[in-house]
Design a protein. Structure first.
Lengths: 233, 87
């Protein structure tokens, strides 16, 4: 069965107030309709990007209701009912994955949250439309994923508002410090990588300098895990 | 592989973790719905979600929060072994 925009709006409005068995069954049916589109995107990512995504073919009821309440959005307008997540090692791998997805899905929409972080959340989201169904592909570096996972965990205990910059000051301070540190590391990595790409083989001295900077960055990254554990204890 | 996860956010406890082969998608979806219907009063505290990954290890890498403590997430993140990627 297809759903009209008005049916979806009414369903979303009812879910915001209370969840009944009938509405849960309707929501389940709606979410299942995204299955084929999600499968198509996953297949492309595996074959074209040779990356192993984790698919989440249907957003959880809890997450849907939370989003409906937080953004006053409509159920039919949500573009992340179906989605998948990829983690990659570095910013350059992230850029490459986005580029390949753009080639594979020319009509996709790219939300680069590295340029415009959402309350500290950094990632690139590629929104793909297949047969009228949106599928959101989240591409995160390991550092970005680490921040997002820590943020989710802190939100479990302290409430979702933590993810959006509100609530208890202690977890907010932890997230702010981690955000700044990770952004600094990744921005410097990007700058070093860009300079290295510009050098020709005769620029040995500069290459040596940049390689040393790259090693220093690695040392900062190593220190990050210890610092995070300290902050979270 | 399809994984069914039921996670209580407040207590950070994994309440249920089942897996289904890829050809049992419909069974997995039905199991998810049944689980949600049986816990109707806890929809806002408990997440019930289906995830698909090549293996449980791959799932742990992308959705570790359902299975790991904060400290485990940090130590398992692999950041201490990942070199900078210059090109």
């Amino acid at each position: 069965m297809g759903f009209s925009p008005s049916q979806l709006t009414h369903l979303g409005n009812r879910l915001k107030v209370a969840v009944t068995a009938d509405d849960l069954i309707l929501l389940d049916e709606y979410r299942r309709s995204f299955g084929p589109a999600c499968e198509c995107v996953i297949h492309s990512i595996k074959t074209v990007l040779s990356l192993p995504p984790t698919a989440r073919p249907a957003k959880s009821t809890q997450a849907i209701i939370e989003k409906l309440n937080r953004l006053s959005s409509r159920l039919g307008q949500m573009q992340d009912i179906a989605g998948c997540r990829i983690t990659v090692d570095s910013l350059s791998d992230q850029d490459l994955a986005v580029e390949r997805l753009r080639e594979e899905f020319p009509d996709c929409r790219v939300e680069d949250r590295r340029l415009k972080p959402s309350h500290g959340y950094r990632a690139v989201h590629v929104i793909v439309k297949v047969d009228g169904f949106w599928v959101e592909v989240q591409i995160r570096t390991k550092l970005q994923h680490l921040w997002a996972s820590v943020s989710e965990k802190l939100a479990d205990v302290n409430g979702n508002s933590i993810k959006y910059g509100h609530g208890d000051s202690k977890p907010l301070a932890v997230l702010a410090e981690l955000k700044a540190f990770i952004a600094a590391v990744e921005d410097t990595e990007a700058a070093v990588a860009a300079e290295l790409r510009k050098l020709d083989e005769s620029s040995e001295r500069k290459r040596g300098l940049l390689t040393r900077l790259s090693d220093e960055l690695l040392s900062h990254r190593n220190h990050l895990a210890d610092r995070m554990l300290q902050m979270l204890s | 592989m399809i994984f069914l996860v039921q996670y209580d956010r407040r207590s950070e406890k994994l309440l249920r973790f089942d897996h289904f082969s890829d050809d049992r998608r419909s069974d997995a979806e039905q199991a998810r719905l049944s689980l949600e219907l049986s816990g109707l009063g806890h929809v806002l505290e408990q997440e019930v979600v289906l995830l698909e990954a090549d293996s449980a290890e791959a799932l742990l890498r992308t959705h570790g929060r359902y299975f790991q403590t904060l400290a485990e997430i940090v130590t398992a993140s692999g950041i201490e072994t990942t070199p900078a990627s210059p090109c």
